[in-house]
Structure formats: C-alpha cells, structure tokens
Design a protein around this ligand. Structure first.
Ligand code: PXP
Length: 267
C-alpha cells in the first residue's frame, strides 16, 4: 500500500507529573507547567487520563489544562456514562476511550470493542454530539480495527504494549526489571520472532485502519529505543508517549526530553 510520507505527530502524556505530585498530595509539580515547555519543544498534542479513581489527574487539572493548553488536548477516559458526561462538559479536542481496571498500574490491553459495542457506541455518539472527536484504544487485531470502523470512531490508537514489553525483555539489561527476569525463560531467537509478530500485527492493523478511512495513532510503552521501527510505519499518524519522556526529564529537563523524542519522530 502506498502512502505519502508525512510527519508523525507527538502527543505527550503528562499524567506522570501528576503521579509525582500525588506522592505528596501537594501542588508541586503542577502538570499545567508542562504545557508551554511541551509546545515550545515540538509536541503537537497534550494527552491526559482522567481515571475513575482520579489517582493522578483531577477534574480541576483537566479543566485548567484544556482551558490553558496552546496544543489540542487528548483526554483519555473510560466508557462509564458518568465520566463521559464530565468529558462532554470539559470539551477536550479529542477523547480516547480506554478500558479501565482500578487495580491496574497502567492501562492493560485494549478496549473490548465487540463485547462492549453498544456502550462504546453510546459514548461515541454523545462525545461526537459535543463536537469531541473520538479515538478507540484497541489491541492491534484485524477484528478490533474492523469493529472500530463499524462503531464510527474517527481515530483508533493501537496498543503497542505487547511489542514494547517484548522489546524490553530482549534488550533490557536492568537487573531489577521484571522484563529482564522473564527474558531468562525465553531464548533470544524466540523473543525476536515474537517481537516480529507483535510488530507485524501493528503494521497490519495500521494499514487496515487507514484503508478503512480511520486516522491511526499508537502508544503505550514507547521509548527512545523501541520507537524507531514504529515511526517507519507510514500509516501511523500520531504517537502518544508519557512514561519514557517524563522519566528522562528527571535527568535532562522536560524541554530536552520532548525535543529528543520529537527528533525521533521525523521520517
Ligand atoms: N496511550 C494510551 C491510550 C495510554 O493509556 C497510555 C498510558 O496512559 C499511553 C498512550 C502512554 O503510555 P506510556 O506512558 O507507556 O508512554
């Protein structure tokens, strides 16, 4: 499939700034302060997640960020009708619907678009009626992409977590990383095959999504190393990246961390 080469846009997920704040439950660091730094250093979008348990971003954060952001704001949220009502009143540029379990550390797995078809459809219709475009965070499978198109979403965001986990198992030398421990159980050639398969699933899903008229984003677990092969997938228009950028910013400052990631987004 031939697609014109184009710039891949970068959404910076700033939730982890609020995670640090919540460690002390004070006002510092304020995620609002990240907006100008991200905008001045190449970010194209700000992403935040208003979780049902409000464990990091609060409603007031979301309101202040949406009101003040010089960049479009992509608000991740569950399909719970009460949350959708709040998101409709917050009026972000985009809502990305994600599955949510209270006990998870971060979003695990994509939406069950077939099993929750009606609830997701209701959420999409309501958000679209409030002029908020909708993205569905899905696993990179043919069925999930086709169902997302039937649901009438404007975007899909392909979950890159499996690819990122396998990549970390293969390449991480960190002794405390659980990836490194798990990798001991798998021979390298098997890990390489699994990475290729996970990567191929992302390529196939992105190509199918684009051919069905969907805009295609990707994210979760992407970092300064594993991003390079994802960027070469021409049918992916946007990446949403949080943890690795905020982690690097501890040592380099946020401006450099965003700029470095943006450089890797050129293709
Ligand atoms: N996209 C979605 C839908 C997410 O839920 C997350 C994690 O909040 C991300 C992207 C960013 O993931 P990471 O923090 O691992 O870069």
């Amino acid at each position: 499939m031939h697609v014109e080469k184009s710039k891949i846009t970068l959404g910076v997920n700033i939730d982890h700034i609020a995670v640090l704040r919540e460690a002390r439950k004070i006002n510092d660091p304020d995620p609002l302060m990240a907006l100008a730094v991200c905008a001045q250093n190449g970010a194209d979008q700000i992403t935040i997640h208003l979780r049902e348990d409000r464990r990091h971003i609060h409603d007031e954060d979301a309101q202040r960020i949406i009101d003040a952001s010089p960049l479009p704001v992509n608000l991740e949220c569950s399909i719970d009708p009460a949350i959708i009502d709040i998101v409709c009143s917050l009026r972000p540029h985009r809502a990305t619907l994600v599955p949510e379990k209270r006990e998870e550390v971060t979003t695990e797995g994509g939406l069950d678009v077939s099993g929750q078809f009606e609830s997701i459809l209701n959420a999409i219709n309501k958000l679209n009626a409030h002029e908020i475009e909708v993205s569905l965070f899905i696993d990179p499978t043919i069925e999930a992409v086709e169902t997302s198109e039937r649901l009438g979403a404007q975007w899909i965001e392909l979950h890159t977590g499996s690819y990122a986990n396998l990549y970390a198992m293969r390449h991480s030398a960190l002794p405390h990383s659980h990836h490194a421990i798990e990798s001991l159980r798998l021979p390298r050639h098997e890990l390489d095959e699994r990475i290729q398969k996970a990567y191929g699933d992302i390529v196939d899903s992105a190509n199918l999504g684009r051919s069905l008229g969907l805009k295609v984003a990707a994210g979760h677990g992407l970092n300064y190393q594993n991003i390079t092969s994802i960027v070469t997938i021409d049918t992916i228009e946007e990446l949403n990246i949080g943890q690795s950028i905020i982690a690097r910013s501890v040592f380099t400052g946020l401006a450099t961390a965003v700029r470095d990631m943006k450089k890797l987004c050129q293709r």
